[in-house]
Design a protein around this ligand. Structure first.
Ligand SMILES: Cc1cc2nc3c(=O)[nH]c(=O)nc-3n(C[C@H](O)[C@H](O)[C@H](O)COP(=O)(O)OP(=O)(O)OC[C@H]3O[C@@H](n4cnc5c(N)ncnc54)[C@H](O)[C@@H]3O)c2cc1C
Length: 398
């Protein structure tokens, strides 16, 4: 076993762990980042690339709760469940149902809106720091409502977003057609988030984060952390080939963080919402900005040299392989909007780290601030990475 001593050990090299490691090392601390795979190759690689500071509504809403049975049991819906995973998922689902009740939904929306405020400007700063500004696009983001009924049903969510200060513009079907002329005409309407920014290559952003962390002096340890033990004056993290002793350990292993947190006495109801993407290599994009047909639960994302169709939720745990049925549904729904889409160039599945209330866990361990928890970012982890890094830094400094 190789033994290392460091000031801070960060477990997990996704966007959250990378941003935390870079922030702390830049502040003059000595950081070791433990990651068994290519950094940034988990959920942080395959997402929709939106810096979604407007995404203040949790996944669990009163409307989702009303329709939960039909949503979950229809294999083609944007929110599905692997039936084999039902018994394991039951406690998470019960909590999710509770968090979807109106009073919890409002409370969770408020928490998310506080967390998300100003995250775009924090990303603009971080992108400049890691030489990724050229990977940012600032053309806003567009939600589509297929029918007048769907548009009407969305009005209460729109009002709630407005009440927490989100910039959004209602659009008629004609205005949608003018903004995105290649889209087929819709009967409902659109909702435009004019200030939204997005990345045109999340994988490349992860590379730039990794390079910046390396250049700042972060030590990358290629290992899987399996055991965390508090000792007097330090915390010991044991992997397959290394033992890292640190003054502070940050658990940022995305959807895999639950078991690690349990070892420090922190029982959290973390599970995963598996998400998928398909990519179509092309030069001319059919859309100019991220466009989300809300009834399908995915985004069309114009990216460097390819259109990425990313999203949907499958509750199904961390071990089952990619579900071809979900990819087929994604493809057929994408072709409902753009019938000329050819065969996809590649597909992907990743694990969102998901809490039942959609609110990430960013706090010191119950046993003391020698361990900090930073996971559970669900659908907004890319967006929240710089904010999370600052919060963790503040907790360590306090
Ligand atoms: C289809 C899809 C679309 C999305 N779209 C968006 C979007 O547009 N905007 C947005 O903000 N968010 C989006 N998200 C969510 C976002 O991608 C995630 O919230 C975010 O990537 C989570 O980052 P993370 O670092 O916590 O997890 P990950 O990126 O999964 O990283 C966790 C890392 O921990 C490592 N690890 C695991 N176990 C251990 C261990 N024992 N020891 C050491 N390392 C370990 C893993 O190898 C992995 O590299 C989307 C997600 C999906 C799936």
């Amino acid at each position: 076993m190789q033994k290392l001593n460091t000031d801070i050990a960060v477990i997990g090299g996704g966007v959250i762990g990378l941003a935390i490691a870079l922030q702390l090392q830049t502040e003059g601390r000595e950081v070791a980042l433990i990651e068994p795979n290519e950094p940034g190759s988990g959920a942080s690689y395959g997402n929709a690339g939106t810096v979604a500071d407007y995404a203040v509504l949790p996944v669990g809403t009163p409307s989702v709760l009303r329709n939960i049975a039909s949503l979950l049991l229809n294999a083609d819906s944007p929110l599905s469940i692997r039936k084999a995973a039902l018994p394991t998922l039951f406690p998470w689902l019960m909590r999710f149902a509770y968090e979807s009740l109106p009073h919890r939904f409002h409370d969770n929306t408020r928490k998310l809106s506080e967390l998300l405020s100003d995250t775009s400007s924090e990303w603009l700063d971080l992108a400049a720091q890691i030489d990724a500004s050229a990977l940012l696009s600032a053309k806003g983001c567009l939600y589509l409502y297929q029918t007048e009924q769907a548009f009407k049903a969305a009005q209460s969510d729109i009002a709630l977003r407005r009440s927490v200060g989100i910039d959004q513009e209602l659009m008629s079907p004609d205005e949608v057609s003018r903004m995105e002329p290649n889209l087929p005409r819709i009967d409902g309407g659109g909702l435009f988030f004019p200030k939204a920014i997005n990345f045109t290559d999340p994988g490349m952003v992860m590379k730039r984060l990794e390079q910046a962390a390396l250049a700042a002096g972060v030590l990358f340890v290629k290992d899987t952390a399996s055991k965390i033990v508090r000792e007097s004056g330090s915390v010991r993290v044991t992997g397959n080939t290394t033992v890292v002793a640190a003054r502070t350990v940050v658990i940022a292993a995305g959807a895999h963080s639950g078991r690690l947190a349990a070892q420090t006495g922190d029982r959290v109801q973390l599970d995963t919402e598996r998400g998928y993407h398909l990519e179509f290599d092309m030069d001319e994009m059919p859309v100019k900005r991220p466009v989300c047909p809300t009834h399908h639960g995915f985004y069309f994302c114009p990216m460097a040299g390819r259109l990425r169709v990313a999203g949907t939720v499958e509750l199904g745990g961390l071990t089952a392989p990619e579900n071809q049925r979900r990819l087929d549904v994604l493809l057929s729904n994408a072709r409902r909007v753009f019938p000329d889409l050819g065969a996809p160039s590649r597909s992907w599945m990743g694990f969102r780290p998901s809490m039942p209330d959609s609110v990430p866990v960013i706090r010191p361990s119950k046993g003391g601030k020698d361990v900090i928890l930073a996971f559970g970012h669900g659908h907004i982890g890319l967006t929240l990475a710089p904010r999370t890094a600052r919060m963790v830094s503040g907790m360590i400094a306090a």
